[in-house]
Design a protein around this ligand. Structure first.
Ligand code: GUN
Ligand code: FE
Length: 428
């Protein structure tokens, strides 16, 4: 069995006790077997010296679109509905198998290089098989699914689906990919948003997600124009409507949730629905600033996502953490969304949001070995006991500080060199 010993790093465990200490991590197969100081595992196949390095749980991003990586810079300075109708849907419609694979590979390379080890990904309507192949090759942990779109105005032909076909293609992908590589890859049903889906489709998604016990991942209440269309078409607001159809439960992941009324907040809390906060995308698409401090006060599970490279121009969790903290400060004061809060959302909180806290989100014996080694020693920080490493990471670190990344016990990047996602090759 493959084995790795990571020696002498400053470990930010993100366990319940928030333990932080300098020590070693011994990994066997896909699992963390032992954590301690001066571990002697001479039999380890590979030893990584993490002296002067910081070891953190890999970042968990709960909303993005790998299929949109190639659209960066091609759909800027628009609001959501125009952005989708005039730019993104036509670009998605034009994807072929190869462009989708490359788009996914480029995105995965960026994600791994910026410390993300788990993603929740929504693809486009067609060619999703090729995104799964890229995910499989990259080594990343992922929940992914094809976008479902069986209604809507101004939708280009290749994205228009018949309800039964959308459901059947989703189930076919699920049966092929859910549980792949010991569960590293999972399927998530991905109805795009209420505007794109008939009630018939959404009800069937609900019953299939129960039958297979998988997540449902969608967008909700991102933009005022979007909400107006939903109200015109259904007479309800997004989350109340999804709840009417039975979808509100702890396996529902809602991206954005910027404009929620009291009833929607109550449903999210009572049904333990998960919110994926995408601050960079919310600013870039001029969608708004989500009321995250209020959600946290209500004990709603909030995690983070970059959304797509075309929404945000970035897939970098360092930027999302920083923005999540910074955008609330002028409104709520400096402490409401502090460094620890946003770092938790990006790690252990993300794992809880996915119901995967027994597997990932912290560095603990028995958990999957998903960890990232940062080299922060170039920072101009005077060594002192009141310098907080998490604060340094949230407010100052960049993707250039990510040196090595281990996912599921495999080294996917070492000394900044990606193992399986070769950008040069992809771009040729
Ligand atoms: N709502 C429906 N589709 C999308 C999408 O692709 N990106 C974002 N940000 N919002 C959406
Ligand atoms: Fe999105």
């Amino acid at each position: 069995m493959r084995s790795i010993l990571v020696k002498n790093g400053e470990i930010i465990t993100m366990n319940e006790a928030d333990d932080r200490f300098t020590g070693d991590i011994y990994i066997e197969g896909d699992t963390i077997k032992e954590i301690g100081s001066h571990l002697d595992h001479r039999q380890a196949e590979k030893i990584i010296d993490a002296t002067n390095r910081v070891i953190i749980p890999g970042f968990i991003q709960t909303h993005l679109h790998l299929c949109q990586t190639l659209f960066r810079g091609r759909a800027d300075d628009l609001e959501l509905m125009d952005w989708l109708r005039k730019k993104i849907w036509p670009l998605e419609a034009a994807h072929d198998e190869e462009s989708l694979y490359y788009s996914a590979m480029l995105g995965l390379g960026e994600l791994i290089q910026s410390g993300t080890t788990t993603i929740v990904d929504m693809e486009t309507v067609h060619h999703t098989e090729y995104a799964f192949q890229a995910i499989a090759a990259s080594g990343i942990r992922a929940l992914s699914g094809k976008a479902m779109m069986d209604k809507g105005q101004d939708v280009p032909g290749p994205l228009q689906e018949k309800t039964a076909v959308s459901l059947q293609q989703s189930v076919d992908l699920l049966e092929k990919w859910h549980g792949y590589d010991g569960g590293r890859i999972k399927y998530a049903f991905s109805p795009r948003f209420v505007i794109s889906c008939t009630a018939e489709l959404l009800k069937e998604v609900k019953s299939l997600s129960d039958r297979y016990h998988v997540h449902v991942h969608t967008h909700a209440s991102e933009n005022k124009g979007e909400i107006e269309i939903v109200q015109q078409e259904t007479g309800r607001r997004n989350i109340a409507y999804l709840d009417d159809l039975g979808l509100a439960n702890d396996r529902l992941i809602l991206a954005h949730c910027i404009w929620l009324d009291e009833e929607e907040k109550r449903i999210i809390k009572e049904k333990n629905v998960k919110v994926s906060h995408c601050p960079g995308s919310n600013l870039k698409l001029a969608s708004g600033i989500a009321e995250i401090p209020d959600m946290l006060r209500r004990d709603i599970a909030v995690s983070l996502g970059a959304d797509g490279a075309s929404c945000n121009n970035n897939l970098d969790m360092f930027q999302e953490m920083r923005l999540a903290a910074l955008i609330q400060k002028p409104i709520h004061g400096p402490c409401t969304m502090d460094a620890k809060t946003v770092f938790t959302m990006a790690t252990s909180g993300g794992a809880r949001a996915l119901g995967m806290e027994a597997e990932i989100g912290s560095i603990e014996t028995g958990k999957k070995a998903d960890l990232v080694i940062l080299n922060l020693h170039d920072f101009h920080v005077y060594p002192s006991s009141d310098v907080d490493t998490v604060s340094r990471i949230v407010y100052s670190a960049t993707r250039a500080d990510v040196e090595t990344s281990i996912i599921n016990g495999s080294i996917v990047m070492e000394n900044r060199k990606l193992k399986t996602v070769d950008k040069g090759h992809v771009l040729r």
